[in-house]
Design a protein around this ligand. Structure first.
Ligand SMILES: [Zn+2]
Length: 298
């Protein structure tokens, strides 16, 4: 069978730029456009007709959902291999992008909503988290797991103060009050800045670290070369040397679930987790079957 490739990429740069001008700032933002563009290019790499219909979107969704699909007709450029089955939320986003693209590019309206096109149902909230034993082990074994002296204190603080990688790397020496045993967390992701109490154990680990480290940069934690961590370098380091589940599972999902499981009140967990909305805390609470107060909404 003869196959003729007309174009290296199935979507011309000109068409994509026209689409961008029409939708960004009007229907969607720049970030969403980047994600949409990816799905549009994938669809066009797969699709070989010239008048896409609902049926084609359904077939595309079936391809994305099929766990036995060994390869996709595109290379993944989001830094990880393509999954064997794309999640409901990814497929839902793909359909939103394609509906918009097909309307603009092919002048065809697909009235069905993305949720009516994609197979299956939205996944339940399923955060990756660790047992208390595992957390203790990771912190205890940190000194021999890598060659950065600050990691034991950093890991202990991140679990204790429920810190995101971005918050941990922003932490300054002056943010820690060793007398009172608390840390000032410069929040990211829209949470509020907040002072969080930390355990005596974490306090003494930080004291030990401060005694041996050069912290002239003002940043609390530095890597082997004495340079402050970046969010990305810390996250990568954690996966490579300390916890394969990653810094978010270690510093966020795990302590939030442990606090709820230990019977801490919903309000205290919400404040300590510094969630922007109590509805986020509520998802964790339901996950471990802890009652959600009515003020937390749904
Ligand atoms: Zn380390």
């Amino acid at each position: 069978m003869a196959v003729t490739y007309i174009d290296m990429s199935a979507v011309s740069e000109e068409d994509m730029q026209t689409f961008r001008r029409r939708v960004v700032g009007r229907s969607i933002g720049e970030d969403t456009f980047e994600a949409y563009q990816l799905w549009i290019r994938r669809f066009e790499d797969w699709y070989d007709g010239d008048d896409p219909t609902l049926r084609d979107l359904e077939d595309f969704d079936t391809l994305l959902e099929d766990p036995s699909q060994p390869v996709y007709p595109w290379a993944n450029n989001v830094g990880r291999p393509a999954p064997s089955s794309y999640s409901y939320s990814s497929r839902n986003q793909a359909m939103s992008a394609l509906k918009m693209w097909i309307r603009r590019q092919y002048d065809r309206e697909i009235p069905e909503q993305p949720g009516d096109i994609v197979i299956g149902e939205e996944e339940e909230f399923d955060p990756t988290y660790l047992s208390r034993e595992r957390v203790r082990e990771i912190i205890e074994q940190a000194p021999s797991a890598c060659n950065c002296d600050g990691c034991q204190a950093a890991l202990s603080l991140s679990y204790d103060a429920v810190m995101r990688a971005s918050e941990l790397v922003r932490c300054r020496v002056s943010d820690v009050d060793l007398e009172n045993g608390d840390v000032y967390v410069r929040a990211s992701k829209g949470s509020r800045d907040s002072t969080v109490t930390i355990s005596d154990h974490t306090v003494s680990l930080i004291e030990e670290w401060l005694a041996i480290s050069d912290h002239s940069t003002g940043k609390l934690f530095t890597n082997t070369y004495g340079s402050p961590w970046t969010k990305g370098s810390w996250a990568t380091h954690v996966i490579e040397y300390h916890c394969e589940e990653g810094s978010h599972a270690f510093g966020r999902h795990t302590p939030i679930l442990h606090m709820l499981q230990s019977g801490m009140s919903f309000g205290d967990v919400y404040r300590r987790a510094r969630h922007k909305s109590p509805a986020t805390t509520a998802r964790y609470a339901r996950y471990v079957d802890v009652d959600v107060p009515s003020w937390a909404g749904d």
